[in-house]
Each structure stands twice: as structure tokens, then as C-alpha cells.
Design a protein around this ligand. Structure first.
Ligand code: PLP
Length: 451
């Protein structure tokens, strides 16, 4: 980097402070400047090509450089580049998108609220749950249970839902009324000889105990990603969600599905909720909603919630919450076109078909001396690197080997993401067999160089 003093990589260090980036390391390494993208590939400022094996933060379902999304944005910019949705205002793209989302949603959803990011949508979910319980005349029912290793964003409230220590420790989080229960990772947290089924029952039992200890009259909702993403791509036991849901229903605790990564085909079905039999009361989606060509997230919620709120508006007051960009016309127009592409090109079907190829390919690394576990479903997967295969002992310090492997991947023209020593894969849903084979081959080279 220092040998290219006028390069964008160098200039970046002088002016930008990045998310999730170690400041001093960034000064040493410089930025990786991505200049353009096409299909499953991106190109840096030196012209080097990479397979984007994480779909650019679990996002770009339809691939880079999709002209239909460019045209959808251009046309909407020309017609109505911005209008807000406060105080009864609306516009057609947001209406049409909501109609489409409600028609395809898991469970019976009734209304949609838009934000620009998953974090804002989860903040909104928290507020809506609180507002709903105020409307129902039970203001003490406010606690929300999330999970260790769950990821729900980084604002003060959504960052509190997130169950990862480094999102909490320097920020005095979590806030009050947010609790965490166990992570459904059988390989890591299952007891010796405990089956997946028994593990799932134990976790549901722990949830029930937590609700009883806190008092069911104080517990409002349970939130989780069907398959955990940023916490390490954790695939729950098959029956986990049914058991969790049964406990929630017993104590009148709402079930919130955070589909920000799972939604729109990632698990090989339209929703992670479909894959795991979840019938949520609220759904949060983002990322693949627009393929992240525009920032947009949506919070969908049930008619029961809506009616309770609407019936009591006179008593509790107007919902005092909303963002300038809520339901932004360009973002919603791009989302609509993106969802049409996903449907027309059967990208959910492709995720199921190519997902099998990805999962089989990743499992071929299971015997590698560094590999502790290979896991995943559909078009999302993870290889966890360990110091000792038999004892599953993690590396110390955690993450250094994962970072090394990740850097080798980049040298070989593959971008993935290392979550500590967990190597995450989440390619664009358009990927074909040739692309997947190249991805797996490049990862294999990097892994061998790491050993
Ligand atoms: N929820 C989940 C499941 C996520 O994976 C993320 C981001 O990765 C978020 C919420 C937060 O979304 P954003 O980064 O748009 O705020």
C-alpha cells in the first residue's frame, strides 16, 4: 500500500473510518477498493477479479451489474425521486411492493413498515412490540428474548438483541428488557452423547425456564434468525424451531423471524421460516430484498398485532416512529424489480439446486486437518477451523488463523468472510456449477496454504 501513495487504497486510510475495521491495521494494510462488479465477480482498483463468495455481505442475490435494476432506479428517479410516508402520505412503488411482500410472506402478515437498514427494522420491531403491549393494556410485558450468537444489527436497541460480546462490551449494551438464551449449535454446545433432538428439547426447556423465572407477564417476544448468519452460520436442529415456537405460544410470547439474511431464497426455499416451519408474528427482511442495490428493509406483522394497535390508537396515541426514508420510492421500485427477477429466473430453485452442489463441495473439506465442522443449508455455508479436530479446541488467539485463510482466499481471487475462525460462504443466488467449482477450488488452495 505504501508503495502506491496516490492510490485509492492509500487515500482511503486518510479519510475513512470503516465499520468493523481495526483502525491501526487499516493504516498498515490500506483499503481494498472495489471498483466494479459483474455477475458473481467484483474487480478492485488494480483490475484484479474476485468471485464474491459472500454476495457482498449476504446481499446481492441477482449478481452485480443487473441492468433491470439500474433501469428501475433511473425510471423512478425521473418520475418521483423522493417522497416520504409520514402522516398518511404514500406512493405507488411502496404500495405495490407491500402487496407483493404480503402475498409471499411466511405466515399471515397484514401490514408492512419500511426502514433503510436491518438494524432500524429491528429497532422498529422492538418499539412495535412495546407499543402493541401498551395498546393491549399490559405495559409490563416488554422483555424480548434473543439468542447468544444471534445477529440483529448494531444500533443501541438492535445491537442489544445481537448476542455477540464485541457488539456489547465497548458500548454498555445490552439495554434493559433484552435477554439472551442459548445458541442452537449442536456441534459446539451439545453435551457428550446428546442427540440433536435432545439438544433442541433442552434448549426449548431452557427458554421455558427463562420465561418462568422472568415471569411470563413480563416477556413479550422471542427473536431469531431461522439460520444464524453473522454469528457463524449456525444451522439449528431440524425440530428446534417447532419446539421454541410451542413454548412461545404457551406464554403468549410473539415470535419474530429475522429473515435479513435468510429471506428470498438463501436457504433453498423462499424463507428460512418455510425451511424450519416457523409461523412468525413478525418478519424482518432486507439485503436480498433489493439485492442491496438500494438500502431498504421491511418489517411485516400480523393482523392480530395490527388490529390491537388500531383498536387502541385513540387510547395510546399515534405510533410516534418513522424515518425520512421509510419506504423510499427508488428503493421500493428497485426491490419490486429485484423480486420480479428472482421469480422469473427461479433463483430460489437455483439456490436449492446449486445449494446441494455447494453443500456437497464444502463437505469435501471435512477431512482436512484444520476443519472442525462443515455446516450449511441451501446457498449458505460455513467451515469452522479448529486447533484440534478431536477435542474441537478453538485457536488461540481466536480469529488469527481464519484471517490468514481469508487473506489467502483473496490472493486466489475469492472473497468470503471469516467470522473469527469460521469461514462463511454465501454466494449470489445466480451462481452456476462452474462458478461454484471455481469458488471451491480457490478456497481449497487457500486452506492448504493455511495448514
Ligand atoms: N439482522 C440480520 C440477521 C443481519 O444479518 C443483519 C446484518 O447483517 C442485520 C439484521 C442488520 O442489518 P443492517 O446491517 O442493514 O443494519
Amino acid at each position: 500500500m505504501v508503495d502506491r501513495p496516490n492510490s485509492p487504497a492509500f487515500r482511503d486510510v486518510a479519510v475513512n473510518f470503516h465499520p468493523y475495521t481495526n483502525a491501526r491495521k487499516h493504516e498498515d494494510k490500506g483499503a481494498m477498493v472495489i471498483r466494479e462488479g459483474k455477475g458473481i465477480h467484483v474487480y478492485d482498483d488494480t483490475g484484479k477479479e474476485y468471485i464474491e463468495g459472500l454476495a457482498g455481505l449476504w446481499s446481492v442475490a441477482v449478481g452485480f451489474g443487473e441492468p433491470r435494476l439500474v433501469e428501475a432506479a433511473r425510471a423512478q428517479m425521473e418520475k418521483l425521486p423522493f417522497y416520504h410516508s409520514f402522516a398518511h402520505k404514500s406512493h405507488e412503488p411502496s404500495i405495490e411492493l407491500s402487496e407483493r411482500l404480503l402475498a409471499m410472506a411466511p405466515g399471515k402478515m397484514s401490514k408492512v413498515f419500511y426502514t433503510s437498514s436491518g438494524s432500524e427494522a429491528n429497532d422498529t420491531a422492538i418499539k412495535l412490540v412495546w407499543y402493541y403491549n401498551n395498546a393491549r393494556g399490559r405495559p409490563e410485558k416488554k422483555k424480548i428474548i434473543s439468542r447468544i450468537k444471534g445477529y440483529h444489527g448494531i444500533t443501541i436497541a438492535s445491537g442489544s438483541l445481537t448476542g455477540l460480546p464485541y457488539n456489547h462490551k465497548d458500548f454498555d449494551l445490552p439495554i434493559k428488557n433484552i435477554l439472551h438464551t442459548a445458541c442452537p449449535h449442536h456441534w459446539r454446545f451439545g453435551w457428550e452423547g446428546e442427540s440433536e433432538e435432545e439438544f433442541a428439547s433442552r434448549l426449548a426447556g431452557e427458554l421455558e425456564q427463562l420465561i418462568l423465572t422472568e415471569g411470563p407477564e413480563t416477556v413479550a417476544a422471542f427473536i431469531g434468525e431461522p439460520v444464524m448468519g453473522a454469528g457463524g452460520v449456525i444451522v439449528p436442529p431440524r425440530t428446534y424451531w417447532q419446539k421454541i415456537q410451542t413454548v412461545c405460544r404457551k406464554y403468549d410470547v410473539l415470535v419474530i423471524a429475522d429473515e435479513v439474511i435468510n429471506g428470498f431464497g438463501r436457504t433453498g426455499q423462499l424463507w428460512g421460516s418455510t425451511t424450519y416451519g416457523i409461523e412468525p408474528d413478525m418478519v424482518i427482511c432486507s439485503k436480498q430484498l433489493t439485492s442491496s442495490y438500494m438500502p431498504l428493509a421491511a418489517l411485516l406483522f400480523s393482523d392480530e398485532i395490527y388490529q390491537a394497535i388500531a383498536d387502541n390508537t385513540a387510547k395510546i396515541g399515534t405510533f410516534g416512529h418513522g424515518f425520512t426514508a421509510s419506504g423510499h420510492p427508488v428503493a421500493t421500485a428497485v426491490a419490486l424489480e429485484n423480486l420480479k427477477i428472482i421469480e422469473e429466473r427461479d433463483l430460489v430453485g437455483n439456490a436449492a439446486r446449486m445449494g446441494e452442489h455447494l453443500q456437497a463441495g464444502l463437505r469435501r473439506f471435512a477431512d482436512h486437518p484444520l476443519v472442525g465442522e462443515v455446516r450449511g443449508v441451501g446457498m449458505i455455508g460455513c467451515i469452522e477451523l479448529v486447533a484440534d479436530k478431536t477435542s474441537k479446541q478453538a485457536f488461540d488467539p481466536a480469529g488469527a488463523v481464519g484471517t490468514y485463510c481469508y487473506e489467502r482466499c483473496q490472493e486466489h481471487g475469492l472473497i468470503i468472510r471469516n467470522l473469527g475462525d469460521q469461514m462463511a460462504f454465501c454466494p449470489p443466488l445466480i451462481i452456476d456449477e462452474t462458478g461454484l467449482n471455481q469458488l471451491l477450488e480457490r478456497f481449497g488452495q487457500a486452506l492448504d496454504e493455511t495448514a
